[in-house]
Design a protein. Structure first.
Length: 267
């Protein structure tokens, strides 16, 4: 999707919801068409975006008026899943178990960072159960190491898919980057730079591939008009299941690290 301007933080307030103080951050974004309230499901915070700097008080008032809606969303927040030993996380659409292996056990198994790196995947056929993402080193490093490994896997996969579609469409991106985008799965800027959410590596492969095709197609058409969708369908027939999967299941991927945003806008 075409890239939007980054909003600037201007003010912080608090909402009292069932005796709990929920932080509210007011931001100004000149490209916003109306006041929007977003609930960060991981942090348990609220963000208000206003198209005008002069209407910040009105934006915060709108957030207070939506207290019941915000409280309802916060009650539905699924527990976050940190990258720790014993956690179950999706990888390429399949459930995996994170297993930390200490240095002594790694040596006994004949594996080590110099051979396989600090993180590697073991197939279900070898574990006798779920496929595993194994991590060596100090337990305190498991979270960061698994996150770095997932981002590296996403970079390899998305670079490959994006460049393949670029060849198909006869275009060339100026660069390809990975980010942790909460409101979109990919973006394409007017400078022909592509950006993708690394969390796509947790989705089924056809979903990641659809997003790659979608964003590369924007290098030809910076809109969502008929010619754009015709180009996507030409290269990626039957893309609707992948698109629908993201709409239904995409937000749950943000449980693993940071949470998704749920929006409500002022009329």
């Amino acid at each position: 999707m075409p890239k939007s301007a980054k909003a600037a933080s201007l003010h912080i307030d608090y909402l009292d919801i069932d005796g709990r103080k929920v932080p509210v951050t007011a931001r100004h974004n000149p490209r916003a068409r109306r006041i929007i309230v977003r609930v960060d499901l991981a942090a348990g915070s609220v963000e208000v975006t206003s198209p005008s700097r002069r209407n910040m008080a009105q934006a915060l008032l709108f957030a207070h008026e939506q207290r019941d809606w915000i409280a309802e969303r916060l009650e539905q927040v699924p527990p976050p899943v940190p990258f720790k030993n014993g956690a179950h996380i999706p990888f390429r659409g399949k459930e995996h178990l994170i297993r930390h292996i200490g240095a002594r056990r790694a040596e006994a198994l004949g594996v080590g960072e110099s051979v396989r790196g600090p993180v590697w995947r073991v197939r279900a056929a070898e574990t006798g159960g779920l496929p595993e993402i194994r991590v060596t080193g100090h337990p305190a490093f498991v979270q960061r190491r698994v996150g770095d490994w997932l981002k590296a896997q996403a970079r390899l996969e998305l670079n490959e898919k994006a460049l393949a579609y670029a060849d198909t469409f006869g275009v060339r991106p100026s660069r390809i980057t990975m980010r942790d985008q909460t409101s979109r799965w990919g973006s394409c800027s007017t400078s022909r730079a592509l950006s993708f959410s690394w969390r796509l590596i947790m989705a089924p492969p056809h979903v990641l591939e659809y997003v790659a095709a979608h964003e590369v197609a924007h290098l030809r058409y910076m809109n969502h008009g008929p010619r754009f969708w015709a180009l996507v369908a030409e290269a990626f027939p039957n893309y609707e299941p992948a698109k629908n999967w993201l709409e239904v299941n995409g937000p749950s991927l943000h449980r693993y690290g940071a949470g998704p945003y749920l929006d409500i806008a002022a009329d």
